[in-house]
Design a protein. Structure first.
Length: 255
């Protein structure tokens, strides 16, 4: 089972990048974030032509998540239970074979101490509560997506320059640790302990040529899923192609 995550920064704008990547790598499951389109206007046909079923949870111009799979699957949740209709569209969960796949686009937070930062912190509390109620921690659960948080300094190209800034602040990392205490493991670090493993590069300031990146796209998995995880691949070359997203695909392989 190959499960991929990719913040595509507008699914319609990024189709010329997405479809060739799918054809080449053929993931069983592809979790998309920042689709930026209402469900009725999501471009299903290019995915269906490649043999994928897509379930969406989107909104106009902002946010939005989707799960595409090369088999039928059941959607278990869109958004947090009890969310209002106008709540931001940031979570979709589905059952794909024996895997519970939770795809999230965690709020950016703008800057530490802002109203958007407070929203981010509250959203993370809701995420932990959702996990507690969603399934037992001994099931094969894969929580993936754009977390907009680094775990530690080796996930940051310039730790001193980013110290206590958004994506790298102590409150964010502590909130992420609280989510992890549900019984989750950072799957990439099972296979790769190296520094300079990044998944996002800013579109400004020549970040990509300089390799000024952050690792903010994660696979957080339960023990039973980790035991079967044989690899986590960061497809960094996608960032150097024409009209890329600022994020690259990350693929977790489960035996």
């Amino acid at each position: 089972m190959r499960i991929a995550t990719w913040n595509v920064n507008s699914v319609r704008a990024r189709l010329p990048r997405i479809t060739p990547w799918i054809e080449q790598h053929q993931p069983d499951v592809l979790c998309l974030q920042e689709t930026k389109v209402v469900d009725e206007q999501f471009p299903h046909e290019p995915f269906e032509d490649l043999g994928y079923v897509v379930q969406t949870f989107g909104q106009k111009s902002y946010n939005g998540v989707a799960i595409a799979a090369n088999r039928e699957f059941e959607v278990l949740q869109r958004g947090f239970p009890g969310d209002s209709e106008d709540e931001q569209k940031r979570l979709i969960a589905g059952q794909v074979d024996d895997f519970l796949v939770v795809n999230i686009y965690l709020p950016n937070g703008s800057e530490v101490g802002s109203e958007k930062f407070a929203y981010k912190m509250e959203w993370m509390k809701k995420l932990r509560s959702f996990l507690d109620e969603f399934s037992p921690s001994d099931e094969k659960l894969v929580l993936t997506g754009d977390f907009n948080i680094t775990f530690e300094d080796r996930d940051v190209y310039d730790p001193d320059g980013w110290r206590e800034k958004i994506h790298c602040s102590t409150p964010e990392r502590e909130a992420l640790a609280h989510v992890m205490e549900y019984g989750l493991h950072d799957a990439l670090r099972k296979h790769d302990e190296n520094e300079a493993v990044y998944t996002w590069w800013d579109m400004r300031g020549g970040a990509w040529p300089k390799n000024n990146g952050l690792r903010i796209d994660h696979f957080l998995v339960t023990e039973s899923a980790l035991e079967t995880c044989t690899a986590v691949e960061v497809h960094r070359d996608e960032r150097g192609l024409k009209s890329p997203s600022d994020h690259v695909p990350v693929v977790a392989v489960f035996d």
